[in-house]
Design a protein around this ligand. Structure first.
Ligand code: SF4
Ligand code: SF4
Ligand code: FES
Length: 242
């Protein structure tokens, strides 16, 4: 039996004076995801509907959006788990480029000064035996740079310069496991007026993160680290960290 759903989709193109919502009624197979529904809308009703996607299985991070007011990866949300009326909007706090596509370069730019470790050496599994020809398994970083955390963050909504949960979580990773990244630079950014002290620690970011990065928890760890290192500096007879 098919699923009948009414989709209310955010539409905006450069040059429009304001965005609008358009409504599409679909009959979908039971396995359909929200991303599948949107692709059918584009195929059958609105060929100019723009959205981002790639992997279709929750690993590329490109299909982030707000579905009934909640940040999610559209390829992982099953339509059958949603009510009859479904509102789909672009992520908040990143700026809309077109329809469901937001300004991701602005998001990525905040990572660059922090440094982005890509592989966790600390989480190699020594007991894992790699296949012949592969020297070892590697554990990639969990962050898929989807932007859901930034969209859910109330501070990012009011402070455009806020480094944001994803970049601050990356900063904490640099402190945890520096490899070749510059720890002092990550800490200076985290300690800046638009860094970790702006966070309200309400943890919406950790709540919506699809890969368990828990950026809010990383920010709390950064704060504790900064406070401890400041206390060490103050207590040092030379006023320097040991
Ligand atoms: S915990 Fe901090 S970074 Fe995360 S959503 Fe709340 S204010 Fe934003
Ligand atoms: S921290 Fe989580 S929610 Fe934020 S960009 Fe990375 S994967 Fe997405
Ligand atoms: S399409 Fe890759 S995460 Fe959804």
């Amino acid at each position: 039996m098919g699923l009948k759903r009414v989709f209310r989709v955010f539409r905006y193109k450069p040059g429009w004076s304001r965005p609008r919502y358009e409504t599409y009624t679909l009959d979908l197979p039971e396995w359909a995801t929200v991303l599948e529904a949107l692709m059918r809308i584009r195929r059958d009703h609105a060929p100019d509907l723009t959205l981002r996607h790639s992997c279709l299985h929750g690993s590329c991070g490109t299909c982030g959006m707000r579905i009934n007011g909640r940040e999610a990866l559209a390829c992982l949300v099953k339509v059958q788990d949603l009510p009859e009326r479904i509102t789909v909007e672009p992520l908040y706090n990143l700026g809309v480029v077109s329809d469901l596509v937001v300004d991701m370069p602005a998001f990525y730019e905040k990572f660059e000064p922090v440094g982005r470790p890509l592989i966790r050496r600390s989480e190699y599994l020594p007991q894992a035996v790699p296949p012949e020809g592969i020297p070892h398994f590697t554990r990639l970083e969990s962050c898929i740079e989807c932007g859901l955390c930034v969209s859910a963050c109330p501070v990012a909504a009011t402070d455009e310069a806020y480094l944001g949960p994803a970049a601050l979580a990356a900063a904490w990773r640099v402190v945890e496991e520096p490899r070749d990244a510059r720890v002092w630079q990550a800490l200076a950014l985290a300690d800046s007026p638009h860094g970790c002290w702006r966070c309200h620690l309400a943890l919406e970011c950790s709540e919506v993160c699809p890969t368990g990065v828990k950026p809010g928890h990383a920010i709390a760890a950064l704060r504790a680290y900064l406070l401890t290192s400041q206390a060490v500096r103050t207590a040092s007879p030379m006023g320097e960290a040991s």
